[in-house]
Design a protein around this ligand. Structure first.
Ligand SMILES: Cc1ncc(COP(=O)(O)O)c(C=O)c1O
Length: 296
């Protein structure tokens, strides 16, 4: 909780809520500018090869309605800095600087409602040769108002995807690397085409990994189980935090024990009693129905 409160932005104006859309200001090339001015060339390396990585941070309006609390900001930026190492990107700001910038941009955008912050690092060169070393780096931060998102209280229907999760020694899924979200997009589209809300994707060893853009937990025979970080998953902020707080209290209400991370065969998903999923930045929900397979 202290992390949240340390990174609140008191917001002056009470801009209209109830909408989803981009907010007017972004950070680009070292300064805060109107979003329309934050532009890159079509030849940009990251656009051509997916050599960028992003974060997804939510902010909530405070109880007294006078500030926006940025949720687990430091945790998100710690992971962001790890992604920078994977892509050999040198960022212009350190952890404290990234947090301070996020609070500043939130103030500047002045939206006193629910927000989503999208920091993005990228290979900014226009040299059309794959590679990472020696290519200039870029960093930007922009924001969306997301008051209008539908609540996740109805549970989700999921299938087991026919796609496989990218592996750690292909494109490391522990970072939010742009190119690897082609994998997430294929998984998500297939699920929608088959009439499901989302899918559980298996890793190369055939073990359940995560949802298209969410971590996975399940209650099976009274035990709370989640795939391990070695299972080709994103090291979700909520997954880690939830393990010791939210998920445990949820599991108590189901009389479940927690065993910690363990490898999970897909058939065990079919046999699970409940599945709380941890999805982007603290939106957790249950999977309400099966895996699209008849083996459970
Ligand atoms: C592939 C994937 N797994 C898990 C998550 C959940 O991560 P977090 O709890 O950090 O938002 C996300 C979030 O975007 C994701 O893209």
């Amino acid at each position: 909780m202290s992390t949240v409160l340390e990174h609140s932005a008191a917001v002056g104006t009470d801009a209209p809520v109830g909408r989803v859309g981009h907010l007017p200001y972004a950070y680009f090339e070292g300064q805060i500018v109107p979003l329309a001015e934050a532009r890159v060339s079509v030849a940009t390396h990251a656009l051509q090869y997916g050599t960028g990585a992003f974060g997804g941070i939510r902010g909530y309006r405070s109880h007294d309605g006078r500030a926006v609390h940025l949720f687990r900001l430091q945790d998100h930026y710690r992971r962001f800095l790890h992604s920078a190492k994977l892509l050999r990107i040198s960022l212009p700001l350190d952890l404290d600087g990234l947090c301070a910038l996020s609070a500043e941009l939130t103030r500047r955008n002045g939206h006193l409602g629910e927000v989503y912050l999208r920091p993005f690092m990228y290979k900014a060169g226009v040299d059309l040769t794959p590679g990472l070393d020696g290519i200039p780096d870029g960093f930007t931060l922009f924001m969306l108002a997301i008051d209008g998102l539908p609540p996740l209280d109805h549970g989700l229907s999921v299938m087991v995807s026919s796609w496989q999760r990218v592996t750690d020694n292909a494109i490391p899924p522990r970072g939010k690397i742009g190119g690897s979200y082609v994998n997430a997009s294929l998984i998500r589209d297939e699920a929608k085409e088959h009439g499901f809300d989302d899918a559980i994707v298996l890793n190369a060893r055939g073990k359940a990994g995560e949802g298209s853009v969410s971590n996975l937990m399940m209650v099976r025979d009274g035990t709370l189980v989640t795939p391990p970080v070695s299972g080709d998953i994103l090291e979700g902020i909520d997954r880690r935090r939830s393990w010791s707080s939210h998920a445990i209290s949820v599991s108590r209400s189901w009389s479940a024990r927690s065993t910690g991370p363990s490898c999970t065969w897909p058939t065990s998903c079919s046999c699970a009693a409940r599945w709380p999923r941890c999805s982007p930045s603290s939106r957790s929900t249950d999977c309400r129905s099966g895996t699209g397979r008849r083996d459970g």
